[in-house]
Design a protein around this ligand. Structure first.
Ligand code: ATP
Ligand code: MG
Length: 176
């Protein structure tokens, strides 16, 4: 479905906040000033599948942080020139070994050390997330520092609204 970028990100933020709080972690949200730039831009999103990606990343972030000081942050960055948006999920958890980083999106891959936190994990969560993001013609990447934390970035293409018809805009009288 074609969705308004700003409204979709706001919806993602609400869901992520709810989800993070369900895991008893602190949530830090988006600075909304930055999203103003995306006014009038759309993206094609399968909301349910993308919700699955975010809840996956949040459940990982919760696993590798502690209830005492775990914080999970959501960020959104609009790049109009390159016609994409980047959504970031950052945690202040254990981080990931540099040696493991290239493999974490592989099916069934788990860090040796992760069995301590997540003995029953299948190692499929990130592989599925990557598949969903790539189906959206997007990309997912990771940066991590041990004992500092981990950031997952999801890059998705956006399109100018005038290219797409949106029912709500039509009501206001076809000014486009
Ligand atoms: P499942 O998602 O099926 O329950 P899983 O969480 O082990 O299993 P993935 O979500 O694919 O599998 O993650 C793969 C591995 O990447 C994890 O086992 C863990 O070692 C590492 N990892 C993922 N996210 C984080 C994170 N936020 N902090 C630290 N390590 C992470
Ligand atoms: Mg997982």
């Amino acid at each position: 479905t074609a969705v308004n970028v700003r409204r979709w990100v706001e919806q993602v933020e609400r869901r992520c906040q709810f989800n993070v709080e369900q895991h008893n972690r602190r949530f830090r949200g988006i600075n909304h000033g930055k999203l103003d730039e995306a006014d009038g831009w759309m993206c094609y999103i399968d909301r349910d599948r993308m919700d699955q990606v975010f809840s996956n990343l949040i459940s990982n972030a919760a696993k590798y942080t502690t209830e005492a000081d775990g914080e999970i942050a959501l960020g959104a960055h609009v790049h109009l020139d390159e016609r994409h948006i980047v959504i970031k999920i950052t945690d202040n958890g254990t981080g990931i070994d540099q040696e493991d980083l290239p493999y974490i999106f592989d099916r069934f891959y788990k860090q040796a050390s992760s069995s301590r936190y997540n003995p029953h994990g299948t190692g499929l969560g990130l592989a599925i997330a990557k598949e969903i993001v790539e189906t959206h013609k997007g990309a997912i990447s990771v940066e991590s520092d041990q004992n500092v934390g981990t950031t997952f970035s999801i890059k998705l293409p956006i399109t100018q609204q005038s290219v797409i018809e949106e029912p709500e805009q039509n009501k206001e009288g076809e000014s486009l």
